[in-house]
Design a protein around this ligand. Structure first.
Ligand SMILES: Nc1ncnc2c1ncn2[C@@H]1O[C@H](COP(=O)(O)OP(=O)(O)OP(=O)(O)O)[C@@H](O)[C@H]1O
Length: 247
């Protein structure tokens, strides 16, 4: 469970402050995936930096499983737009990196092997990141995070660099993998379609400084052929309306 209470974040810039997030209140129950959508610069990445422990200077309260954020104690997986792979390590070395740092475990166990198979990258273990397509690199980043068995998974527009077809494939693959492990997840996106496909709830943020405009229940989550359903069109219109109202 993630609890965020009255979170406000300011960046110091020259002699002034930039208010990035203002009084954010939200709880993400254990095993849920929430998507966060909002205009550019509204503080989405800032929120993930707070949840990952990168930003420590904030006011308010942020708890992961009732404990203050501490990446040394908690297992936090992060998947970014640029994949975050180490170019000088091959696929195998990249996917075991998280467990090596956390547990000193340098070898893949049965679960790790299973994740690699599920993501279809078990035949690529000797390759280096530059020898992989964007979609394959993103699969490696996802494998690394799942293999870590995280308490919290943070995803910052992980599929936005992919073409439309690879992006939908990756969304489906990610959701299939996610459904089997139900990791508590905060997923940042610019895309209404992605927010609807991946979020059990959708958190809509206002332009900077980011505040929560609405937390929307998503009937489209886990819906078969979502993009062909009336609910999908109704929900897309509703989210766009909330985003427009916030402008
Ligand atoms: N290191 C920094 N110093 C000063 N201001 C910053 C810094 N990082 C971010 N900001 C400002 O804080 C605000 C929120 O930035 P953030 O990157 O969190 O937004 P975002 O919603 O993720 O944007 P985008 O969708 O464009 O990636 C923006 O106004 C940005 O200019």
């Amino acid at each position: 469970m993630i609890e965020i209470k009255d979170l406000t974040v300011k960046y110091l810039r020259q002699d002034d402050f930039v208010l990035a997030l203002e009084r954010i209140n939200i709880e993400i129950p254990a095993g849920q995936i929430y998507t966060f959508i909002g205009p550019s610069g509204c503080g989405k990445s800032t929120l993930l930096y707070v949840l990952s422990g990168i930003i420590k200077d904030y006011t308010g309260r942020v708890l992961i499983n009732s404990q203050p954020v501490d990446p040394k104690k908690q297992r936090i997986g992060m998947i970014m737009q640029n994949y975050g792979l180490m170019p000088w390590r091959n696929v195998y070395q990249n996917v075991v990196l998280g467990t090596k740092i956390k547990d000193g475990q340098r070898r893949l166990d049965e679960y790790g092997q299973y994740i690699l198979e599920q993501l279809g990258i078990d035949h690529l273990l000797d390759r280096y990141p530059k020898e992989l397509s964007g979609g394959q690199q993103q699969r490696v980043a996802i494998a690394r995070s799942f293999i870590l068995k995280p308490d919290l998974l943070l995803m910052d527009e992980p599929f936005s660099a992919l073409d439309a077809i690879s992006r939908e494939e990756m969304q489906e693959l990610f959701l299939d993998t996610w459904k089997q492990h139900n990791v508590t997840t905060a997923f940042i996106t610019h895309s209404v379609d992605e927010a609807l496909y991946l979020g059990s709830k959708i958190v809509v943020l206002s332009p900077a400084p980011g505040t929560i405009l609405e937390v929307i229940d998503n009937p489209c989550f886990k819906m078969e052929d979502m993009r062909l359903q009336d609910d999908y069109y109704d929900m897309s219109a509703r989210i766009r309306k909330v985003l427009d109202k916030g402008r």
